[in-house]
Design a protein around this ligand. Structure first.
Ligand SMILES: Cc1ncc(C[n+]2csc(CCOP(=O)(O)OP(=O)(O)O)c2C)c(N)n1
Length: 631
């Protein structure tokens, strides 16, 4: 029996020797590599925090002390140490253990995350609640250097430093977001990590400065007048000190003793303290150490070789988007592209390679990305922003207020629209139709396949005013990609087949599911119309009404929430027209959607041929035809 199997709760770690902890760290890495190589998951971030997580659970007392994981993708070690070893094999699978902290799973998961840069805000909340109730527990936020680039992290530092409540922020600095970290904050941290001046004593620095003729002596005097003398100029972490935090570090995040010592020190500080920990992403698994970005979030792979299992498949929507944008950008030098820390996830890495000057990675800063695009547009260029549906939730006001109100020529590509699979409810893109379709001025489309996506991008670049289009995470339909791009008629749906008995309206690739169902229904004698909605805004009211008036029965299918979704939009059209003899069955989601393979989720929620057939049964379509025939 290994040491890991004997750990049923963090308390079991406290009496282990450093030798035993070293063996345990190895066992944890093996377990994580084993399960992630078969289930997929966030490998590199977790391998980097093995020692840090062990130290946290040895020095603090979770769940009394609150450990809050930013983004939460690095919580696997924490899960393994807090009584979830048996379930770990089910990580990210349907009805299995979540890949992110989940309150319903364990009292040790005190705050749910998935979206970045929230941990310090939550920690300030926990700390204030503790103070108000006269309690004494510790509150610890663990935030990566990538997540630190998000605006919310600064809002929280600003509040925490000012409020002087006892709080520990661990900055887990591995010099990477998913890709290389970007921005001035990242450069600053890099300086803290590498600048040899920081290792020098105050006297040494003073003597070096004094040697600079004229300037040196003046600088020393200035510095001495300032807060802490020379420290003010040259000691690491002064930025955080200025925010009201005591800065400890930088500390080697793979040195168990050093980590535990610094956490003991942090525990003694009665005010906000920031511990700067340097870790290596992918630590202990060579393929991940060599290519941490590829192993950040990874599908199944061969753990002996590190080879990623890939089946030949049609290109993904993301790839087609990235390639088409490059093709168009060759011809139009005004096109620029923006990502918020997801260059390869959004397919913009290709654009970055080809047009480095026209490519902007702004860090984990979706709000800034969108308003920055508005500025670019008014400045005369053509910005294309690509953000995942779930992360646009962050930038709603910026889309509504900064882009759409003043009709800025900004193109919003909404990647990962619909359910995304194993990452689960924090990452599913199932709200964007509801929150974007109501924004005036915004032309909002959804392609049924990757070929139509190309035409939509082309159309968007021709249009005046803001345009959005949503497409899913998956591979495309495998359709032919037409070389010649066309402008789609704005606000016009595409009628793919006609039938008098039923109208099925699909949005995005769901249209193919609708066509499959129409084939099945035809076998049973039901003639169905299938409409590819194409435009969520403006809606093709005329086409919708024309077919609904005839069939009187409508089914809407969307990979999205029902509330406020596409089906709701159709009902609004029918109600506005007073068509109260038309009955509508809507297919979509009613609640937060669990994790699981996309196909399992679609089938489970009736977003399938079978689901449409069942909806047709509920509408009694067959009985109606038989009734009509017998009359
Ligand atoms: C608001 C938001 N935008 C984008 C992401 C996607 N994302 C997940 S992890 C990550 C990088 C995080 O980097 P860092 O905080 O340094 O953690 P590391 O993985 O390096 O440990 C990004 C961009 C997210 N989770 N939330």
């Amino acid at each position: 029996m290994g040491i890991l199997e004997k750990i049923t709760q963090p308390q079991d770690l406290k009496n282990l020797s450093y030798e035993e902890i070293e063996i345990l760290a190895q066992e944890l890495r093996e377990k994580i590599i084993d399960v992630v190589s078969s289930n997929g998951g966030h490998l590199a971030p977790n391998l980097g925090v093995v020692e840090l997580t062990l130290a946290l659970h040895r020095i603090f007392d979770s769940p009394l002390d609150k450990i809050i994981w930013d983004v939460g993708h690095q919580c696997y070690v924490h899960k393994l140490l807090t009584g979830r070893q048996k379930e770990f094999e089910t990580l990210r699978l349907f009805q299995g253990l979540s890949g992110f902290p989940k309150r319903s799973e364990s009292p040790h998961d005190c705050f749910e995350t998935g979206h970045s840069s929230t941990s310090i805000s939550a920690a300030v909340g926990f700390a204030k609640a503790r103070d108000l109730q006269g309690e004494e527990n510790d509150v610890i936020a663990v935030i990566g250097d990538g997540a630190m680039s998000g605006g919310m992290a600064f809002e929280a530092l600003n509040h925490a430093g000012h409020s002087t409540t006892k709080l520990i922020v661990i900055l887990n600095d591995n010099d990477m977001a998913i890709a290389e970290n970007v921005g001035a904050m990242s450069s600053y941290l890099n300086r803290l990590r590498t600048d040899p001046r920081y290792d020098r004593s105050k006297d040494e620095i003073e003597s070096i400065l004094k040697k600079i003729p004229g300037i040196g002596t003046r600088m020393v005097k200035m510095a001495e007048r300032a807060k802490d003398g020379l420290k003010y100029l040259l000691v690491p972490g002064m930025l955080f000190e200025e925010f009201g935090f005591t800065y400890l570090g930088p500390i080697n995040g793979h040195d168990q003793r050093a980590l535990e010592e610094v956490l003991e020190q942090a525990k003694q500080v009665k005010e906000p303290v920031l511990v700067h920990v340097l870790t290596q992403k992918g630590k202990g698994y060579l393929p991940a150490e060599k290519n941490p970005a590829r192993f950040h979030g990874v599908g199944p792979f061969n753990k002996e070789t590190g080879e990623i299992t890939k089946k030949p498949a049609p290109p993904t929507y993301t790839q087609v988007f990235g390639e088409t944008l490059c093709q168009l950008a060759e011809k139009d030098p005004r096109i620029v592209a923006i990502t918020a820390a997801m260059p390869s996830g959004t397919g913009l890495n290709l654009f970055a390679e080809k047009f480095p000057k026209r490519f902007f990675d702004v860090g984990i800063a979706e709000q800034h990305a969108v308003t920055f695009a508005a500025g670019l547009a008014f400045g005369g260029v053509k910005p294309v922003v690509s953000i995942y549906s779930t992360f646009y939730q962050r930038a709603y006001d910026q889309v509504l207020h900064d882009v759409c109100l003043s009709n800025a020529n900004v193109i919003l590509a909404i990647d990962r629209a619909g359910v995304v699979g194993d990452d689960g409810p924090t990452h599913h893109g199932v709200f964007d139709i509801s929150f974007f379709r109501i924004i005036p001025n915004l032309t909002f489309m959804a392609p049924k396949d990757e070929n139509e996506l190309r035409h939509m991008l082309y159309t968007a670049l021709k249009l005046e005013g803001p345009v959005a289009f949503r497409y899913p995470r998956s591979v495309g339909q495998g359709v032919e990609l037409e070389e010649e791009l066309q402008e789609l008629p704005i606000g016009k749906a595409e009628v793919l087949r006609e039938g008098k008995d039923l109208t099925i309206i699909g949005v995005g690739p769901m249209v193919y599911t609708c066509l499959g169902a129409a084939d099945e229904l035809q076998q049973r004698g039901v003639e169905a119309t299938v409409i590819n909605l194409r435009f969520i805004n403006p809606l093709d009211r005329e086409t919708i009404l024309r077919y609904a008036r005839v069939s009187k029965r409508v089914i809407t299918v969307e990979d999205h929430m029902l509330a406020g979704g596409m089906g709701s939009a159709i009902i609004e059209v029918l109600a506005d027209e007073g068509l109260d003899d038309v009955i509508v069955e809507r297919i979509g989601y009613e609640d937060y959607v669990d994790q699981g393979a996309i196909s399992i989720l679609h089938h489970g929620y009736g977003i399938s041929v079978n689901g449409i057939l069942k909806a047709a049964e509920r509408l009694k379509v067959l009985q109606r035809i038989e009734g009509k025939n017998s009359v």
